[in-house]
Design a protein around this ligand. Structure first.
Ligand SMILES: NC(=O)c1ccc[n+]([C@@H]2O[C@H](COP(=O)([O-])OP(=O)(O)OC[C@H]3O[C@@H](n4cnc5c(N)ncnc54)[C@H](OP(=O)(O)O)[C@@H]3O)[C@@H](O)[C@H]2O)c1
Length: 335
């Protein structure tokens, strides 16, 4: 049965990863659904590459920090994701633009982030005002897709939450993950002295990102040496503030990208007392910040890091890799 003929030309059919209920990687299925149609201020994009991020895996598996299950269901849907097509980052080609769109035209190579998801599909629509920019020519679509999730989050954490300054000492835990690889490069750009913490197999990668020092967490516990830092940025939610406190300088910040109820209580309590603060929050992905990231790519301050690539049809394998907790930088799907 040719569904396109029945539905008419405006309602073409595309392939997408559809997740109708929360659960293990196998709940993500490739299905045929209707193409999105752009409104007058929207852009239709043919997706060429899209990463499977730790954020997608969290929502798919409802694997959220302690105390956040109810609020996540409230936001994303009680029985399963309200928007069953997950994926927050894309790189691709503009297929069609709404009549009020000015900065983009058919055939433009673009990349960016769609916070209300829908990137794990052959096509997506995004508002012109959303986090979409032209792709730097020197990046492939796979490379471009590997950048926004980690770079935009770490930019928010380091520049806005951490107010990082030249000459400060920062330790980045999880330096080989998506947030970590861009966190290291951004912290170097901001002029900090960077210590990256990762497992033994990723030490060379983190050194190659020009971290000043690299600690293998399997053989060395940094909290037991004499070093102290102005900022400890835990990208992977593996550190405990009470254990790290002595490794923070006076007025030091403990930045947490993955925080549960206990950590948010620490955010509150340290905001009232003590010189060392715990900081956590949500990084919203904005066009202005994506433009900053593009400038840093153009100036060679940020380079893409892809851990592994997968075909679109291997979505379950990709999710298993991300769920494993040892993803290197980004896992990118070729659509
Ligand atoms: N707050 C926000 O707005 C926001 C935004 C985006 C993401 N997040 C959260 O940030 C977290 C990190 O995201 P991500 O995509 O960067 O994660 P990721 O890429 O999945 O992180 C995997 C990395 O973590 C490292 N790792 C695992 N155990 C470790 C340990 N005990 N110590 C140090 N490193 C360890 C692994 O290195 P080895 O293989 O060497 O162990 C691996 O390279 C997620 O929980 C995500 O939900 C928050």
């Amino acid at each position: 049965m040719d569904v396109t003929k029945i539905l008419g030309r405006r309602h073409r059919i595309m392939k997408a990863v559809v997740t109708k209920k929360y659960g293990p990687p196998e709940v993500a299925r490739i299905q045929e659904i209707e193409n999105p149609v752009p409104k007058e201020n929207e852009i239709l994009i043919k997706v060429l590459s899209t990463p499977v991020t730790s954020g997608d895996a969290r929502i798919r598996g409802l694997n959220v920090p302690f105390g956040f299950k109810f609020i996540t269901k409230l936001m994303f849907g009680f029985k399963g994701p309200k928007n069953p097509v997950l994926g927050v980052v894309f790189s691709g080609i503009v297929e069609q633009v709404g009549e009020k769109v000015e900065a983009f035209g058919k055939g433009d190579a673009v990349f960016g982030s769609k916070e209300n998801m829908g990137c794990h599909a052959e096509y997506l629509v995004i508002k012109e005002s959303g986090a979409i920019v032209h792709k730097p020519e020197k990046l492939s679509h796979q490379e471009a897709a590997s950048i926004p999730f980690g770079a935009l989050t770490s930019l928010k954490y380091l520049r806005d939450f951490g107010k990082i300054k030249k000459g400060q000492k920062i330790l980045i835990n999880g330096a080989s993950g998506a947030l970590g690889v861009y966190g290291v490069q951004l912290a170097k750009y901001f002029g900090a002295e960077v210590t990256g913490v990762c497992g033994p197999s990723n030490v060379e990668l983190v050194k190659s990102l020009e971290a000043d020092h690299v600690i293998d967490y399997k053989s060395t516990d940094f909290t037991e040496n004499e070093e102290s830092y102005d900022i400890i940025y835990d990208t992977v939610g593996k550190l405990d503030f009470s254990k790290c406190k002595d490794s923070l300088n006076k007025n030091g910040l403990f930045l947490l990208a993955a925080a549960g109820l206990k950590e948010y209580r620490q955010v509150l309590s340290t905001s009232f007392s003590g010189s060392k603060k715990v900081v956590a929050g949500v990084a919203l992905f904005k066009k202005e910040d994506l433009k900053v990231v593009v400038e840093l790519i153009e100036q060679d301050h940020i380079r893409p890091v892809i851990g592994k690539t997968f075909e679109f049809s291997d979505i379950v394998e990709a999710y298993k890799y991300v769920d494993g907790g040892h993803k290197v930088a980004s896992a990118v799907l070729t659509v």
